[in-house]
Design a binder for this molecule. Structure first.
Ligand SMILES: *[C@@H]1O[C@H](CO)[C@@H](O)[C@H](O)[C@H]1NC(C)=O
Length: 267
């Protein structure tokens, strides 16, 4: 790895290799040196220590967590892959964090600028819900699903949950936001969707969210082209994460899929 830091072409090869290995998209990989350099720059750093080339259900749950934090500019998510054999990369860092053995992994730390001491540590079951609870209890991150628009989530929250913003204002500010988006911005169709739903909330109040949730779930159960399904799943996420739509069971179903075996192994 010393070579990799010296020659850019080798670095490129290595990053391609790690890309395939299953490190989460949207998280960064750290070693001792980058850990000490990067962590202090962020009010909140969420750091996972795990075996090298993490995979399986734990990793897919973690990947979802990373996705939900991707729009938070003040939070960085990082992974430390520890090699048990060979070069034994990152064993120094695992020891530094006092989780030297694989029995300790996966473990999640939260740092608040201070690399000498962590703010919180989690070694429990790796499910998205538990990871989210842990992060919620120990930081002030801003969640939003990958398909969501954080700026608009704030407006929705202010109206629906904090009740500090009138529905008219929510709609108006969303129109201003949409007008400010460059024409090429991929988020504009999503923003239009937010606006449509907000306008229905303006008419019907909160029940508009339940109605739309039912509609989308009904559509999802139909035979549809794949692209349409993907779009609808994004809508489900927006309804669930941004508008507080009662789609929890739907989300849970997804998490439970294919993990029954692992769960039995672990319980
Ligand atoms: C997943 O995490 C649990 C702890 O939550 C651990 O016991 C288990 O070994 C992990 N599974 C894999 C495949 O790493």
């Amino acid at each position: 790895m010393i070579l990799a830091r010296t020659f850019p072409s080798i670095l490129l090869l290595c990053s391609i290799r790690s890309g395939q290995a299953g490190y989460a998209k949207g998280s960064i990989q750290l070693d001792m040196s980058t850990f000490k350099k990067i962590i202090p720059h962020f009010p909140c750093a969420i750091v996972k220590v795990d075996k090298d080339y993490p995979h399986g259900r734990n990793q897919t749950q973690f990947e979802k967590l990373v996705g939900l934090l991707s729009q938070d500019k003040h939070t960085i998510v990082a992974e430390i892959g520890v090699q048990e054999f060979g070069e034994k990369e990152n064993t120094d860092l695992a020891e530094f964090l006092n989780v030297p053995r694989k029995e300790h992994w996966p473990v999640l730390f939260i740092f608040a600028r201070d690399t000498m001491s962590w703010a919180a540590k989690y070694q429990g079951f790796f499910s998205l819900n538990r990871l989210r609870n842990f992060v919620n209890q120990n930081s002030e991150v801003q969640w939003s699903c990958p398909a969501c628009i954080l700026e608009l989530d704030r407006l929705v929250k202010a109206h629906l949950f904090d009740r500090t913003l009138l529905a008219e204002q929510m709609v108006l500010q969303t129109k201003i936001f949409i007008a400010s988006l460059p024409r090429t911005d991929k988020r504009s169709t999503t923003a239009d969707y937010y606006l449509k739903l907000m306008e229905r909330i303006l008419d019907l109040g909160q029940p508009a969210v339940a109605k739309e949730s039912q509609r989308v779930v009904r559509l999802l159960q139909m035979k549809l082209p794949k692209a349409k399904k993907v779009l609808l799943k994004e809508r489900v996420d927006i309804l669930y994460y941004s508008f507080g739509g009662n789609l929890w069971s739907f989300q849970e179903e997804e998490i439970a899929d294919g993990s029954a075996q692992d769960e039995r192994d672990e319980l």
